[in-house]
Design a protein around this ligand. Structure first.
Ligand SMILES: [Zn+2]
Length: 211
């Protein structure tokens, strides 16, 4: 096995003060935990720990170029409306599967699907930006360096490689930018956390109403 093949997963999993700036699933997990607390009926039929680990796996294992819609981003050569539609369909499918699991009394599976649904919904702050500056024609827009990210859907990039891989730099030094989009979620604004929490609670309430 080539050194980089094991160095990357090791670096992703070990954490600590020099942990990779990318893939801040801990922030997602804090929001998921807060949302479950505010939707206690959902927490009765779906397992929080399963939701948290499904969320983490979305970032660690499902970040290939063609899966960017799961993170409210665009893959190469995908148009913004298509990517948006794919994100919404993903959220609805996960909701549907969570409901089916909860109705047959499977809290682990229900939690897993809710974790995936909430991850994609919380990622809407990415506004369907691209992975790297060369991924799509609008990807090099300098709006990426604004603390809020890009206002225009489909513009900007996440400072990753154009094929969505992690740049080698990320393995060697922490991201210095205080911009959430350039550090792939390392520095969300309080307003972004609030918005993600509100949307997550709303989705869990929708889930409960349909049980
Ligand atoms: Zn994500």
């Amino acid at each position: 096995m080539k050194p980089l093949r094991w160095l990357l997963p090791m670096a992703l999993l070990t954490g600590g003060p020099n942990r990779l700036p990318a893939f801040k699933y801990e922030i997602h997990n804090d929001v998921i935990t807060a949302a479950f607390r505010q939707a206690p009926r959902a927490a009765q039929v779906a397992d929080l720990d399963s939701a948290r680990s499904a969320n983490r796996n979305m970032d660690l294992l499902e970040n290939d170029d063609e899966k960017q819609f799961q993170h409210a981003m665009r893959s190469r050569r995908s148009r913004t409306p298509e990517a948006k539609l794919a994100t919404e369909q993903f959220i609805q499918l996960e909701m549907h599967q969570a409901l089916a699991a909860a109705r047959r009394g499977d809290p682990a599976r229900a939690g897993r699907h809710l974790g995936r649904m909430l991850h994609a919904a919380q990622d809407k702050k990415h506004r369907w930006c691209s992975c790297g500056p060369g991924s799509n024609p609008e990807a090099a827009d300098p709006c990426s360096s604004h603390p809020n990210g890009c206002a225009v859907e489909g513009s900007g990039n996440h400072n990753l490689r154009d094929d969505c891989g992690l740049p080698l730099d990320y393995l060697l030094k922490p991201c210095k930018s205080k911009n959430f989009q350039q550090c792939t979620d390392a520095y969300p604004l309080p307003a972004q956390i609030d918005q993600a929490t509100k949307e997550s609670v709303a989705l869990l309430e929708q889930f409960v109403r349909q049980l």
